[in-house]
Design a protein around this ligand. Sequence first.
Ligand SMILES: *Cc1c(COP(=O)(O)O)cnc(C)c1O
Length: 717
Amino acid sequence: MKTIRDQYTHIPFRISGLLDLAYNLWWSWHPEVRILFKQLNQEAWKASIHNPVRMLRDIPAEFLEAAENNAEYLRRYDIIMNRFRRYLKSHCGWFGDQYPGKESLTIAYFSAEYGLHHSLPFYAGGLGFLAGDHLKECSDLGVPLVAVGFMYSEGYLHQHIQADGWQTAAKEHLEREATPLKRVLNWDGDHLVVQVPYVEPAIFVAVWKVDVGNVPLYLLDTDIPLNDKETRRISSSLYMSDREERLRQEIVLGIGGRKVLRTLGIEYSAVHLNEGHPAFALLERIRERTKNGIPFEKAVQQVRGTSVFTTHTPVAAGHDVFSTELMDKYFGAYYGELGIDRNQFLALGAHPDFPDNGFNMTVLALRLSGYHNGVSKKHGAVTRQMWRGLWQDRNEDQIPIDAITNGVHLPTWMNPRIQDLLDSHFYYVAPNWQEEHDDETLWNLVDEIPDKDLWDLHLQLKNKLINRIRERKRVKWIKERDDVPNFITEGLFLNPSVLTIGFARRFATYKRADLIFHDLDRLKKIISNRWRPVQIIFAGKAHQSDYEGKRILQKIYQFARQPEFEGRIAIVEDYSEQTAQYLVHGVDVWLNNPLPPMEACGTSGMKAGINGVLNLSIPDGWWLEGFNGRNGWTFGAESGEGDRDVADAAALYEILEREVIPLYYSSSLDAIPHGWVKMMKESIKSIAPRFCARRMVKDYVNNYYPKLVSSADAERM
Ligand SMILES: *Cc1c(COP(=O)(O)O)cnc(C)c1O
């Protein structure tokens, strides 16, 4: 089989390391590497949609030759290559200092989605970005982790909004060779293929690998000729709606994923499950033990002692449940291997309050893992309440479900130019601040930045966002040449001097994207105010089978076209990691109005907050911990019965009219809104150290790691 290098013979040897950089996502959180690619040719960089693998493949050789003969380019290239090689070698870092000699205890991380970069569309929303940021941070901290997921050949969905506002999904087949996916090869040099054990008819998966710094992510792909047509579809897209298809996905992820790690010879001692989808991996761990003669109960105990389960869903309907018939069909030959009978097996997934409702993956994960956590303090409490039936002998505060609040990978989500600005002020006191960015005290240095510098930079990022939305529209128009381009909702009328609210998230009903339209007249007055206008940018996809979510999107689309809104409401199609980057850097206000307590955590508000974009949010999820009275706004109530839309919408208008809009437009003679900038600084300094993935990963490691190590050690003895 041809190696990757064989396909890139046009890259001169002197700079052939560019290929190594392109095939490790390390580049994506190091702006200086991005510049190295961009410098080859700016247009090629844009045309590749910021994807260096595609770019290196498509770029004319003359630009590579020019770089090879450019002393300045080579100087930078050499420095960056050395840093990259050093990074890959220094496996220890923070983790090595904290847990010397324990690097051998590897953790296997399982997740159905990963949000790492838009060139790898293997995510639907927050759960995926949490997983992606977790891997990047583990790499930075030297935490020994291997990750397992799916290579979705059609990704999530590519959203297209029709002229009547209805969302349709365009199918796009992922061109694997144009992404940083590497084939994992077997001893013969062919693509490694593994059979998922105990499933009839047989399912085979091919294995791919993505390097996330030092963390390897193995991705399973059923779209290979060895499988029949139905089976090939298993890894085609995220979260299939059909129950049987979904079950087959989860069998492949959990059981197949475990088999892949074993085939690769990867020894790990502990497992971390991101949500319940991969919970069958725990069954496999038990089966390996019962097969070796360990009794079922003891095997369960061992597996519990070395398994962590993070749950994300505060609503019952969000958890996967499979019918007894389906479980019989796929596990009929399996549970005997565990040394238990059918009833004992089905009981593992039986909801304590509704035992006849089927096999619940969250229940399975809670039963078979010893450590559990929700993703914010509030969500931890909601989760304890939700699952107290599983621990009937305990009081609610003794239910063993903790909370570790999510965080975002700072180098990924903080705009590089904001990082530069901070650097120029932090440098003299804390030259290593990037390494210590979870230290709250050093962020007080933000107050030393002159208001003008931060404000000017913010305006530049806002301009960049608006230019980008327009440019996207232009490119789309070239492609589609529709006769009546929809200028109104596609952002061509956006104005960088107008107060800009961003609302971007999945169009799940509980997120209430249309809340702000509750009183149309009042909103029209706010938006079209001649002296203090407001504009709103929406983005987000509804799940393919979520009719209600699509209806909300359509409703917003149709409102946006009403002339009274004066073209100030824009809807950006096909929300992706890249769009998210521009939005969380460039809008003024980040609006979030879910129905409490449905927002388990929410992370886009953290991404906005660390860039000085002010949160305007319902008190739910992380914002209950994040809001300090000075770094944004809270409106509406934390809890409430019945239809609360009227009250929440009124509270939103009220706070916009009374506080947000006046503060934004109260600039002084120097044309800088100092009150606003003060809040921006407060937002950056209060949110960055506490809601970064560094703090989060350290919490996971410090809370669970010593316990996992001692369990694993006990098992070995
Ligand atoms: C961060 C992110 C999310 C998750 O944001 P929430 O606030 O949890 O809704 C979803 N999609 C994209 C593209 C993101 O970057």
